[in-house]
Design a protein around this ligand. Structure first.
Ligand SMILES: Nc1ncnc2c1ncn2[C@@H]1O[C@H](COP(=O)(O)OP(=O)(O)OP(=O)(O)O)[C@@H](O)[C@H]1O
Ligand SMILES: [Mg+2]
Length: 343
């Protein structure tokens, strides 16, 4: 992607794009961010994963010089976000900046205006606008006024606009929330390409799958604190790569069923006595057959069995021992069930 070749700081694997220590932000009596440390290596994709209200956006706003921390400090490529805010602003791009576009102008016109504002010449601005629209699959829609754009198209244009300045560090706050699967995949491809071309990306997401697809490392945040940090593999290992959900017909047999599950899978399980449900991490899906045979041998009748990939719920349940507050979190019916399972 040629437009990224200029001005990009060549990441040295020894460089830190982000170093944050003890960031705190208090709104009234709500400690929205409560001592967050983050280290993001230059040239990587870093995912900040957490439910609604966890403090993701507030953390990004502090790192992006848009909000002053109440305590703690942060550096972007070695520059302090408060003392060197001007330098930091030249090194970063934040999606969401594009909120004040002119609805009656076309996508091309909007991008050209942005480029001109950043000091590019007329010809260069047009070239850049065309290049970005191509890159984001918006060429066909380029001449349409923005008011006719769908949510997904706006999101892509938003990212395109934030890239005109070719920032070495890009903050993406929930880049794919609300996008259809195809557009989400395109966004993922774009994000991967940005990093290939030398940028560093810090993105927030509520989806474990997204972090899984994209991020080299992940911080899980809850109630303003980092509750887990590591590579995707490390995080997954802590929850098991998949989970087994088993409902037995007679809840009175749950202890026997549980012992069978734990013996065969060699793990600890969680049970819900009233409705006869057992949940357990499952590293190897092939064990399902063994489990079914063993359960039949003990004469336990099954009502339902499924093997699911870990959900954000399960990550939280495993890491924090707490359910995600249900009212705060858009959950699928399936994951609500998981959230209700208690020991
Ligand atoms: N400007 C503000 N004034 C008061 N409270 C705020 C403000 N901004 C955020 N908060 C509160 O701080 C907490 C963290 O909010 P934040 O937006 O950082 O969460 P988030 O993790 O980005 O959530 P979401 O997934 O919903 O975007 C929430 O309780 C929120 O209500
Ligand atoms: Mg947010």
């Amino acid at each position: 992607m040629e437009f990224l070749n200029k001005k990009v700081i060549t990441p040295d694997s020894g460089d830190w794009a982000v170093e944050a220590r003890g960031l705190v932000k208090v709104f009234g009596d709500n400690r929205a961010v409560d001592g967050v440390d983050l280290n993001v290596r230059a040239g990587s994709i870093y995912g900040v994963l957490g439910p609604n209200g966890a403090g993701k956006t507030t953390t990004i706003r502090m790192l992006a010089t848009l909000l002053r921390a109440d305590a703690g400090s942060a550096k972007i490529f070695g520059h302090d976000v408060i003392k060197e805010a001007q330098i930091v602003r030249q090194l970063i791009g934040v999606t969401g900046q594009y909120a004040s576009v002119d609805e009656s102008l076309s996508a091309t016109e909007n991008l050209v205006i942005f480029s001109r504002l950043l000091g590019l010449g007329r010809r260069e601005s047009k070239r850049k606008a065309a290049e970005l629209l191509e890159e984001f699959g918006l060429t066909e829609a380029a001449k349409r006024p923005l008011k006719n754009f769908s949510g997904g198209m706006r999101r892509r244009l938003d990212l395109a606009a934030s890239l005109i300045a070719q920032p070495p560090l890009i903050f993406l706050d929930e880049p794919t929330t609300g996008l259809d699967p195809r557009t989400r995949n395109q966004m993922w491809d774009t994000i991967r390409r940005l990093v290939k071309n030398g940028s560093t990306v810090l993105l927030t997401t509520q989806y474990l799958q997204e972090a899984d697809e994209l991020a080299d490392r992940i911080a899980v945040i809850d109630h303003g604190r980092v509750v887990a940090e590591g590579t995707v593999d490390e995080l997954k290992a802590s929850v098991g790569s998949s989970s087994l959900h088993l409902t037995i017909q007679n809840p009175g047999e749950i202890e026997t069923a549980r012992l069978t599950v734990e013996r065969l899978l060699n793990v600890q399980s969680k049970i819900s006595r009233e409705d006869g449900k057992i949940t357990a991490p499952m590293a190897d899906a092939d064990k399902v057959t063994d489990l079914l045979i063993a359960l039949r041998e003990t004469d336990i009748q099954l009502a339902e069995l499924s093997v699911q990939k870990p959900t954000l719920d399960e990550v939280f349940l495993t890491i924090t021992g707490n359910d995600i507050e249900k009212e705060n979190y858009e959950m699928s019916h399936e994951s609500i069930k998981v959230g209700e399972v208690r020991v």
